[in-house]
Design a protein around this ligand. Structure first.
Ligand code: AR6
Length: 220
């Protein structure tokens, strides 16, 4: 009996959908049987984690730096990454500057992570907050998007983000959190990689905001 004929005598009698599975009743010749079909119900929000702490300590494939266009380092998370990662990061940044100049707002570049536990640092330049009428939202979304694309191109399965632009650059935290969360969620919906995105918050307000967004999407 070939496959087509065997399928003709297998009649689906009904099914009930449960979380992650279908209970199926089917008829084979004169016998009614049942079985369970499992399927993956993983949502993009299952691939997002929120944590509080210092991003330089993260053992992930890539951590993202909230850099400035010069790529020569600065304060905040940028300063922390260069201090903890050592001179190899700056050397790579200088090589990139020699090739392409600096890094425009919204763009991203990748370097070694030097002495950090991560494999790479992805440096992106967030927008300075000027009141919201200078395409800040679109530029901030592009930072997340370009960092994710660069991570995928470099086979990174895990990536950690700080709350880009919410420090020295003055972006209002609630709006920045929503842009970060939405942009990352949409990317994960369309792409199987990276497997995991971690938002590493350094202050309780950002941590609370990000957690609220994750809860809105149905995660505990
Ligand atoms: N781990 C995780 N997050 C951190 C850490 C850390 N170790 N340190 C600070 N943050 P900022 P920006 C958080 O100012 O606003 C630099 O001088 C911080 O609490 O680092 O994008 C660059 O060179 C805040 O929520 O970056 C640029 O000139 C977030 O990281 C400029 O600042 C971003 O704050 C970029 O400004």
């Amino acid at each position: 009996m070939n496959l087509v004929n065997s399928l003709k005598i297998l009649i689906l009698r009904g099914f009930t959908k449960q979380k992650s599975s279908y209970f199926v009743d089917y008829q084979l010749f004169n016998t009614t049987l049942n079985g369970v079909l499992y399927y993956s119900s993983m949502q993009e929000s299952d691939r997002i984690e929120i944590t509080m702490g210092d991003i330089t300590k993260m053992k992930v494939d890539a951590i993202v730096n909230a850099a400035n266009s010069s790529l020569l380092g600065g304060g905040g998370v940028d300063g922390a990454i260069h201090r903890a990662g050592g001179p190899a990061i700056l050397e790579d940044c200088i090589r990139i500057r020699e090739k392409q100049g600096g890094c425009p707002t919204g763009e991203a570049v990748i370097t070694t992570a030097g002495k950090l536990p991560a494999k790479y640092v992805i440096h992106t330049v967030g927008p300075v907050w000027h009141g919201g009428k200078s395409s800040e939202a679109q530029k901030l979304a592009t930072c997340y998007l370009n960092s994710l694309k660069l991570a995928v191109e470099n086979s990174c399965q895990t990536i950690a983000f700080p709350n880009i632009s919410t420090g020295v650059y003055g972006y209002p935290k609630p709006e920045a959190a929503r842009i970060a969360f939405t942009t990352v969620s949409e990317f994960l919906k369309e792409n199987t990689r990276p497997e995991k995105v971690i938002f590493v918050c350094f202050d309780p307000e950002n941590y609370q905001l990000m957690n609220n967004l994750l809860k809105e999407r149905g995660n505990p």
